[in-house]
Design a protein around this ligand. Structure first.
Ligand code: ZN
Length: 376
């Protein structure tokens, strides 16, 4: 058992923080100062956290869809490190350790429980190296265990154990803060938060993932679960994964109005709809209406413009902890950063059509090319 640590953090409202009626104004122009902690950065403006590592690694051919366990941490650590660097290059302020699904239960499912400790340590050390080299925040990560069952008390014990041990390894690694993500049971999220509070003084970001229903699996509204998490001591509450920008936004309005603390939003970059509000529910009319999740989602991928529009809208609402989850590539993170008025290093290569062979306006683009545009 991790020993109980009394947090010194008073329940105060940081400068520029939201009240229930007036969302915080955000200095969107400049990136937060390097070297300060999560809460200091949030007090000064938005913080971008790239998520969605497992989907991107799957696309690159280093991770199997289905179990979604990042065995790549052992097999190709250099690929994980490069992906962290790609996301930072594209504008992420955070390097989040790839401990998503590196918990005891998932490793049991793939028959690798004996690798639990070294795999967590590998993920933490790769992320820490990138974070310290790039001046980004180093985040630990807990996630859904898939065994939480409200009717089974023994599952609560096992969930608490899973969280406590992962908090311990992350704390040992010296994370700047914790992320607890992709929970669809509010009670499971509260257990994750309790483990963070018991094992560390670092700030805690907790994000729920809503499936088709607008409520958690025990029936709590988005506003209610976030209020409970705030009351239990979370520093940032909100939503990640499952929902695309269009179907996450209405819930964000409810959350922003319900809590005083900072709010997080990290949708999946897919065109979810009112009828199919989560990426697991999307069916593809081009493929006999088959379920698109997880490897047939390509026709639904959001454009950079859509992620740009999401970033602007979320920030205007007063949501400061921003990112994109499963399905995100570095180009989505760059679009999000640019929506905040930033120019991350990857913006050096943002689109410029003025020198395009047909659509360009550069003086060297010949009339014979311009005249042909109508036939393209
Ligand atoms: Zn996700």
């Amino acid at each position: 058992m991790a020993k109980k640590v009394k947090r010194a953090r008073p329940r105060r409202r940081p400068a520029g923080r939201a009240s229930r009626s007036t969302p915080p104004r955000v200095a969107a122009r400049s990136a937060p100062a390097r070297g300060s902690g999560l809460l200091e950065r949030l007090a000064g403006g938005a913080v971008i956290c790239a998520e969605g590592y497992v989907f991107e690694l799957e696309r690159r051919g280093y991770l199997q869809a289905g179990a979604f366990v990042p065995e790549v941490l052992f097999e190709h650590p250099e690929v994980v490190e490069q992906l962290h660097l790609d996301f930072v290059h594209a504008g992420s302020d955070v390097t989040q350790a790839l401990t998503y699904y590196v918990h005891r239960e998932k490793l049991r499912v793939i028959g690798r429980e004996q690798d639990l400790v070294p795999m967590n340590r590998a993920a933490l050390s790769i992320a820490k190296r990138v974070a310290r080299r790039t001046g980004t925040l180093f985040a630990g990560d807990l996630c859904n265990t898939n065994i939480y069952d409200p009717a089974d008390k023994s599952s609560h014990k096992e969930v608490a154990r899973i969280f406590a041990e992962q908090v311990g390894w992350a704390e040992e690694a010296g994370v700047d803060y914790f992320v607890g993500e992709t929970f669809s049971w509010g009670a499971e999220a509260l257990l994750a938060l309790a483990a963070m509070r018991a094992g560390s003084k670092a700030p805690a970001v907790i994000t729920m993932a809503m499936h088709r229903e607008d409520v958690t699996r025990e029936g709590w509204s988005a506003a209610e679960v976030c209020r409970r998490l705030e009351d239990a001591g979370a520093d940032v509450v909100g939503l990640n994964c499952h929902r695309g920008p269009k179907t996450i936004m209405p819930l964000l309005h409810e959350i922003r109005a319900a809590v005083r603390c900072h709010v997080a939003a990290l949708p999946v970059p897919y065109r979810t709809t009112a009828a199919q509000p989560s990426f697991m529910s999307l069916t593809d009319p081009g493929c006999d209406h088959a379920r698109a999740f997880p490897v047939g989602l390509d026709p639904f991928v959001c454009t950079r413009q859509e992620i740009f529009a999401f970033g602007k809208e979320a920030l205007e609402l007063g949501v400061r902890y921003l990112g994109v989850c499963c399905g995100a590539g570095p180009h989505h993170i760059r679009a999000l950063a640019e929506s905040l008025g930033r120019r991350p290093p990857a913006s050096r290569y943002s689109v410029d059509m003025s020198r395009h062979a047909f659509f360009g306006t550069h003086e060297r683009i010949r009339q014979v090319q311009v005249d042909y545009r109508g036939k393209l």
